[in-house]
Design a binder for this molecule. Structure first.
Ligand code: C5P
Length: 368
């Protein structure tokens, strides 16, 4: 439709969808490499990465929210450079600045505390999962979040699902099961993170524990589903700006994100900031940057399209990260991986079919 926002002439809806797919694939690869490329004693703290992610995402969302307060009165800055826009933002202490702060600390801001805690738990679990599973297996198993999102939507939002959607969820579970069996049975590319002929710098021996990885990814699917549905509930039941909600989300995330850092740091050790950035190399920063970018794109996808398109983006990212794993990590293609991954992709496609355009199998099932 012509009224939807566009970027370089293309609908923002589709631009954000493709961007999210590429971001998803890039995140799992870069995050995996950042964890397995150094011995555990020299690797960065995931808790620091989670905290930095929230700090950066919250700050960027605040700047966007601030820019939007001016957009209402002056839209001429569409022709301005990013630097000019930053320089002309309402200064701290000005009326629009205080108005925005008032919006952020509105009486209903506490509602964001629940998804905030859940997202921090999810982001931390993601590190455990990615350190213990091959990239492609992580991506496929993470598709189970479609199942948890559907379950929480039915339970909390009282949404009704057609039999096609339930059937596709069943196939999804089977597909994930096939990938899981082959990964944990030992025939899997368990040693794919040990090193590859294609790597210029060989990776260090990193022992992966698939069971721990699957446990973490399953728990992450639950928090993802619940947090997503809860965030949707908060967004749709109020008129507050999405970027204001994002700032509130990041603010509440700071408490659970700070706790493990404060708990683990010894008083005699180096300063807090030094401890936070210990072993924080290029790959750790790249992981945080891609995560921050992903959080912002997720917000745009939720605003300009919907969760159905978000599901599409994730399934597309499976193919991308799978191909990248073959090239970068020497991931071996096994028949069971192909069968499992294809089942997951078909199930995702089937789940996303609009009513009336459902595949033949479900039309037969529905008796139409
Ligand atoms: O995979 P899923 O869609 O559940 O992942 C959501 C990710 O996006 C989480 O890492 C979460 O921190 C982030 N997010 C965000 N801002 C939102 C919604 C999600 O940063 N408004």
């Amino acid at each position: 439709d012509l009224t939807s926002p566009r970027i370089c002439g293309l609908p923002l809806k589709y631009v954000s969808l493709v961007t999210l797919a590429v971001q998803n694939a890039a995140l799992s690869i870069v995050m995996h490499y950042s964890r397995v490329s150094t011995p555990p004693s020299l690797s960065y703290s995931p808790a620091s990465a989670v905290l930095l992610n929230e700090l950066l995402k919250g700050s960027i969302s605040f700047v966007i929210a601030l820019a939007r307060t001016r957009e209402v009165v002056d839209i001429s800055w569409r022709r301005m450079s990013l630097w000019q826009i930053l320089c002309s933002l309402p200064y701290p202490g000005s009326t629009p600045f205080w108005t925005l702060c008032g919006e952020i600390f509105s009486p209903d801001c506490w509602k964001l505390s629940i998804p905030a805690i859940l997202y921090v738990v999810q982001n931390s679990l993601q590190f455990v999962a990615i350190s213990n599973l091959p990239v492609a297996s992580f991506q496929v198993t993470y598709q189970m979040k479609i199942l948890t999102t559907a379950a929480f939507s039915v339970a909390l939002l009282r949404r009704k699902l057609s039999s096609t959607k339930w059937l596709s969820l069943f196939f999804l579970a089977i597909g994930v099961g096939i990938v899981q069996i082959q990964t944990s049975s030992g025939s899997a590319p368990k040693n794919q993170s040990v090193g590859s002929a294609h790597d210029s710098a060989p990776l260090h021996i990193h022992v992966m524990s698939p069971l721990k990885g699957f446990g973490a990814v399953t728990a992450a699917c639950f928090t993802s589903g619940l947090a997503g549905v809860y965030f949707e509930m908060v967004l749709k039941n109020s008129k507050a700006d999405l970027w204001v909600r994002n700032v509130q989300l990041s603010l509440f995330s700071l408490i659970p994100a700070l706790l493990p850092i404060l708990y683990s740091s010894t008083p005699s050790s180096a300063g807090f900031v030094q401890g936070l950035f210990r072993n924080f190399g290029m790959w750790a920063w790249a992981t945080v940057a891609i995560q921050v970018f992903g959080g912002l794109v997720t917000a745009i996808v939720i605003k300009y399209s919907d969760n159905i398109l978000k599901g599409f983006a994730t399934s597309l990212s499976i193919v991308l990260s799978f191909l990248a794993s073959v090239i970068l990590f020497d991931f071996r293609i096994t028949p069971s991986f192909v069968i499992g991954a294809s089942t997951v992709l078909c199930a995702t496609w089937m789940y996303n079919q609009p009513p009336g355009k459902e595949p033949l199998v479900s039309i037969v099932l529905n008796g139409q």
